[in-house]
Design a protein around this ligand. Structure first.
Ligand code: NAD
Length: 313
């Protein structure tokens, strides 16, 4: 068992750190939030007074932070040059490919092995230890990170060199965002053409239109397996996080001059849903309410009632 520093104990990191503690590691946890720290302590972690204190004697450092700027700040101020150079550094946050590569390079220059290991799976998977990790880094760094990741997830896949984990994550989520929108508009059209949604589901899920957004995560209540659609689009994967990932995908596409018209359209539609229509906290499949007629389109008439998303009661 090892001394593990865990920084970032939010929705995802809280459960992940608890699973490492449950596996027998001595987890020294740090978060800027006192409440998150107290919860981690209740779940078997040791509270550290700062990130630097958490990493001081660490054999492994795991971070689960909101975005690239937090990762850069934490690694440059409190991890690189502070943790023992023998520690394996594992960043599980979803961040831009460029920052992931830069931080891995800066860590390597000081003798550290580092991987980017973003996850697929939400809060329930973080709690249950059933995340999927897509990992970027050198083969040796991957092998050093793997045992820790296996204690927090059900699948650990080496995607390639530094940054490849982040690349895999945003490409997957760009596909997911676009396929969810396509699923939503298809079901709305099918209904308008008089098709019963369940009948259409039974047909399309066994025909060439089949996709995960439909068969495993159908955006219509009462159709297919139980999903956030059956819970008023609460829980699940927040539209704000889908939008974050689509923006990272578009930033990456620009950086390599890739033509991604569907990804770009998906980003625009999720921006409207999450930021203009109040859907940010709803599951990303809730975008069907914007595509459906139950949504009142924005208007430039100042006397008109504010546009709003009429999510189901
Ligand atoms: P969150 O906001 O709940 O947690 C982030 C935590 O980091 C917070 O507790 C915050 O206080 C802490 N933090 C921020 N700056 C810090 C610093 N300098 N030092 C110490 N702690 C600091 O976010 P989350 O939902 O846990 O997501 C974390 C990452 O996982 C994000 O990159 C997100 O995109 C990704 N992700 C989230 C989900 C999900 O369903 N929530 C799914 C897949 C991936």
């Amino acid at each position: 068992m090892a001394r593990v520093a865990f920084i970032g104990l939010g929705n995802m990191g809280g459960g992940m750190a608890a699973n490492l503690a449950k596996a027998g590691h001595e987890v020294r946890a740090f978060d800027l939030s006192v409440a998150a720290l107290a919860k981690a302590e209740e779940r078997g972690c040791r509270r550290a007074g700062s990130a630097a204190e958490a990493v001081a004697e660490a054999e492994a450092v795991v971070t689960m932070l909101p975005a690239g700027k937090h990762v850069r700040d934490v690694y440059e101020a409190n991890v690189i040059g502070v943790a023992p150079a023998t520690a394996i550094l594992i960043d599980c946050s979803t961040i831009d490919v460029t920052t992931a590569r830069e931080e891995t390079g800066k860590a390597a220059a000081q003798g550290y092995d580092m991987v980017d290991a973003p996850v697929s799976g939400g809060i329930a998977a973080a709690e249950g230890g059933t995340l999927t990790f897509m990992v970027g880094g050198e083969a040796e760094a991957f092998e050093r990170a793997r045992p820790f990741l296996e204690q927090m997830g059900k699948a650990v896949i080496h995607a390639g060199g530094p940054g490849a984990g982040q690349a895999a994550k945003i490409c997957n989520n760009m596909l997911l965002g676009a396929s969810m929108i396509a699923t939503c508009e298809t079901f709305v059209l099918a209904q308008k053409l008089g098709l019963d949604p369940q009948t259409f589901f039974d047909i399309a899920s066994r025909a060439s239109g089949q996709c995960w957004s439909m068969t495993s995560y159908c955006p219509l209540p009462g159709v297919g397996p139980e999903t956030p659609a059956d819970r008023n689009y609460d829980g699940g994967f927040a539209a704000a996080l889908m939008l974050k990932d689509l923006r990272l995908a578009m930033e990456a596409a620009t950086s390599v001059d890739a033509y991604t018209p569907m990804g770009s359209e998906a980003e625009e539609l999720y921006t409207r849903f999450a930021e203009k229509l109040g859907g940010a906290g709803k599951d990303f499949s809730g975008i069907i309410k914007m595509i459906d007629d139950s949504w009142s389109p924005p208007t430039s008439d100042p006397a008109a009632p504010p546009p709003g998303l009429r999510l189901p009661k």
